[in-house]
Design a binder for this molecule. Sequence first.
Ligand SMILES: NC(=O)c1ccc[n+]([C@@H]2O[C@H](COP(=O)([O-])OP(=O)(O)OC[C@H]3O[C@@H](n4cnc5c(N)ncnc54)[C@H](OP(=O)(O)O)[C@@H]3O)[C@@H](O)[C@H]2O)c1
Length: 272
Amino acid sequence: MRVAAVIGSPVEHSLSPVIHNAAFDALDLDWRFFAVAVPPGRAGDAVGAMRSLRLGGMSVTMPHKAAVAAAVDEVGSAAATLGAVNCVSWRGTVLVGHNTDGAGFLDALRRDEGVDPAGRRALVLGAGGAARAVVQALAGAGAAEVVVANRTAGRGAAAAALAGPVGRIGGPADADGCDLVVNATSVGLAGDAGTPIDPTRIGPGQLVVDLVYEPATTPLLAAARARGAVAVNGLGMLIHQAAHAFRGWTGEDPPLAVMSAAATAELARRAP
Ligand SMILES: NC(=O)c1ccc[n+]([C@@H]2O[C@H](COP(=O)([O-])OP(=O)(O)OC[C@H]3O[C@@H](n4cnc5c(N)ncnc54)[C@H](OP(=O)(O)O)[C@@H]3O)[C@@H](O)[C@H]2O)c1
């Protein structure tokens, strides 16, 4: 049996075990996936354990993404630019760290929503790890403009810089001219009734993506739909970033529908 794991602190809430174990079962692969709590500061030990135990793959969540980037043998280009790794796979005997959040976000846009960001204007709310991956991905996909609005201006500027010449910092008012509005802040997570932007700035013709997926319908998504926009949560990004990891570990085509159904069922089970 091959063993894979997600490391984080906290990690109990992670959907990765449910998603990957469902995929292993669907393809009849003799793999198991576990969530392992690794205390802050010990990510290097976890990478060492992956090496010595020859784990088949590792997912990485907060707060270890930067530390794992420093501990693996090599990093892929997105992970190198972002300074953050969300999954680790083997290339022969070399441990390679990747960041699949941006690719997962683009897959969710293109494959699930039929939207190609090339030539489009986007507003990204937030400037943390998820926002940075989205900004980089949108610019790489040929977005015409990527505007970043963040509570803390300095972090916003650093995130906007990841988009190169098409990036700039802005504010909520920039939603008016944007095709795509992405909430990459934690505003709207379960228990938070707030919205990261005044929804009256949203309207028909726009696609709103809330990277939050728990709850499935955030206050932002509900308000955006009421105002005539197409609005989707972050589950698609979660599934597609996991799919990239799965392919890197097993070499198999990920069973996307199975992974999505497993995550949806687990979220429904957890819903209050
Ligand atoms: N769907 C997916 O696959 C996926 C993947 C990763 C993350 N996510 C979600 O994306 C969100 C961000 O995750 P992250 O890893 O990027 O977190 P992070 O690095 O901690 O960044 C959090 C961001 O939210 C902003 N923020 C937090 N509270 C705020 C508030 N009350 N008002 C305005 N801005 C606020 C922060 O602004 P400051 O810079 O001013 O502090 C920062 O820009 C989370 O909800 C997470 O669950 C989803």
